[in-house]
Design a protein around this ligand. Structure first.
Ligand code: ADP
Ligand code: MG
Length: 212
């Protein structure tokens, strides 16, 4: 069964030099329990694609189906509740401890504790962001994405500010969580070395997706 499908998506941006075409008739289908790697160099359109998948940006043309239902930009609340998003930047609020940062997304305390335990960061629960390393911060963001029972995890370059060891750990944790909780995930990176961890890898070439 498909969790999400993009059909014939076109997207252009206006710039000082005129219109830049990012996608032309792009198609993407994400199956339930599938983990997809979105690879490509900076500027190829990864964030644009993930923002469209997340309903944070809208295509000029084309359709988005969520669990076989057509959705549009005026009606994507059910989609938002079902998503867990991890960004390149952590967007943690410095005045709040780890637990309270995560509570902003979903206040199921028992679930927050069990997810922190699953990610082996339960000892960070009362720490503040400035007391955490970059790797720990990004693991907190993985926890935040997982609370509230999302169905699809979207991660946009989640390892950009991490060293190799932490980058590997974060990608593996996202995939482990996705498999354990039977979710789907789409993870973007310009680092091809993660490809080996995924069953499906795609890249953006000539304004469309290709297997890579
Ligand atoms: P990636 O995430 O792969 O680095 P992006 O999706 O951020 O790529 O960007 C794809 C292209 O679209 C780039 O050329 C970028 O400059 C352009 N772009 C992205 N967002 C905007 C915007 N809001 N306005 C104009 N151009 C944009
Ligand atoms: Mg990007």
């Amino acid at each position: 069964m498909k969790i999400l499908e993009l059909k014939n998506i076109s997207k252009t941006y206006d710039s000082h030099f005129g219109k830049i075409e990012i996608f032309r008739n792009l198609n993407l289908s994400i199956d339930r329990k599938q983990n997809i790697f979105l690879f490509g160099p900076s500027g190829c359109g990864k964030s644009t694609l993930l923002n469209i998948v997340a309903g944070l940006d809208s295509p000029d043309n084309g359709e988005i189906y969520y669990q076989d239902n057509l959705i549009n930009k005026f009606d994507n609340n059910h989609l938002k509740n079902d998503l867990g998003i991890i960004f390149q930047d952590q967007y943690l609020i410095s005045e709040l401890n780890v637990k309270d940062n995560i509570k902003l997304k979903n206040d199921n305390i028992d679930q927050i504790h069990s997810i922190l335990e699953f990610l082996k960061i339960e000892d960070l629960v009362y720490k503040f962001p400035n007391q955490l390393s970059n790797g720990q911060k990004q693991r907190v963001c993985v926890a935040r994405a997982l609370v509230g029972n999302p169905k699809l995890i979207i991660a946009d370059e989640p390892t950009s500010y991490l060293d190799r060891e932490n980058a590997d750990l974060v990608i593996k944790l996202i995939l482990e969580a996705s498999n354990k909780f039977k979710l789907s995930a789409i993870i973007a990176s310009h680092d091809i070395s993660f490809k080996a961890y995924f069953d499906k890898s795609i890249s953006i070439i000539d304004k469309n997706l290709v297997q890579c």
